[in-house]
Design a binder for this molecule. Structure first.
Ligand code: ATP
Length: 318
């Protein structure tokens, strides 16, 4: 079976009349890390909650590892682990008992060996007898992940896994997610941190106003939509881009001190040689030059803004 999750024409209209998802089609490949990006309110959590059986779809169909998530809910849900956004855990329970209890909820027989492995993998083993309320925020988040993995799911949903987690812990989390994937778990994560998607994902889906506007291999997405820029620091400032250079993708910045040339990363001919020749002919001299490539963040912002789909993507510091 090539796809572990297939979503067809999935729509959700909440009781308020709000249309949170509009005919979403998406297939997740077995063993991949898929990142779902989108501004606040785009519909990411709604999509995850439908697949996990928490929200009912208005129309459409979702299959998880061969099971229809509505008609065959229990079987489908048993395949899925969900790490929700909120940190609501049982404060007075110990790590060991809360994680073991989660496994029981899925009707799985106790397996101390599995729980031990999960806790060791998440560096929680030495905390197994600690009460949840005594743990740090990062540890509590790892407990949520341990709970989600307690019943040995094939699919793991991580909703904003590293929100509010410090940089070091975030990298530890990425490490752990990669390890899970190596063990055959398919991972779908939502994130506001573009860096997270850039570092982790095999494929990226961009959702905006309930519609999936792009699904693409990360490398392809970056190559297709990525732009490179060559910035020339001019020896003498210019008032405007010279007439003779009109028509070239040039922009004057830094109060006329820098000339920026934008080109497509896919093009065979960058046109840089020609540009430099023409600058020399015009007697425009430069003292320094550097090139840069657009990040996934630039690509994402331009995608979400395209077609007047203006989102309110927060730029959080990584
Ligand atoms: N129970 C509900 N009733 C009505 N509207 C809802 C309900 N739940 C969510 N919505 C709306 O649906 C839209 C999508 O919400 P959702 O939580 O799926 O977005 P999101 O992409 O996960 O956002 P965030 O990044 O902020 O978590 C929002 O406008 C939200 O207000």
């Amino acid at each position: 079976m090539p796809h572990i999750i297939s979503i067809e024409k999935l729509s959700k209209v909440y009781a308020s009349g709000f249309e949170a998802l509009r005919s979403v089609d998406l297939s997740i490949q077995r063993g991949e890390i898929f990142a779902l990006l989108g501004p606040n309110g785009a519909g990411k959590t709604t999509l995850i909650n439908i697949v996990c059986g928490i929200v009912r779809p208005s129309s459409g169909r979702v299959m998880a590892d061969g099971h229809d998530i509505v008609r065959d809910y229990r079987a489908a849900r048993a395949k899925i682990g969900l790490v929700p956004q909120e940190l609501s855990t049982d404060a007075f329970e110990t790590v060991w008992s809360t994680v073991s209890f989660s496994r029981g909820l899925f009707g799985k027989p106790p397996s101390p060996a599995h729980i031990e492995k999960v806790l060791r993998d998440l560096s929680l083993w030495d905390k197994k007898d600690s009460k949840i309320m005594t743990l740090s925020g990062g540890m509590k988040r790892r407990v949520l992940i341990a709970k989600a993995l307690s019943h040995e799911p094939q699919i793991l949903f991580l909703d904003e896994p590293t929100a509010g987690v410090d940089v070091e812990l975030r990298q530890g989390m990425w490490e752990m997610v990669r390890k899970l994937r190596e063990n055959g778990v398919t991972i779908i994560l939502t994130t506001h941190y573009i860096e997270e998607a850039e570092k982790m994902a095999d494929r990226i889906g961009v959702i905006s106003k309930g519609q999936l506007i792009v699904v693409e291999d990360k490398a392809v997405l970056m190559r297709k939509l990525g732009k490179k820029q060559l910035t020339l620091q001019l020896r003498a400032p210019l008032q405007a881009v010279p007439e003779a250079l009109a028509g070239l993708p040039l922009e004057l910045t830094d109060g006329g001190h820098a000339l920026v040339y934008t080109f497509d990363t896919q093009q065979e001919e960058t046109g840089i040689g020609e540009l430099l020749k023409r600058l020399a002919a015009l007697g425009i001299d430069f003292k320094d030059l550097h090139s840069s490539e657009s990040s996934l963040e630039d690509i994402f912002v331009s995608l979400v803004h395209a077609g007047d789909r203006v989102g309110n993507m927060p730029k959080e510091a990584a």
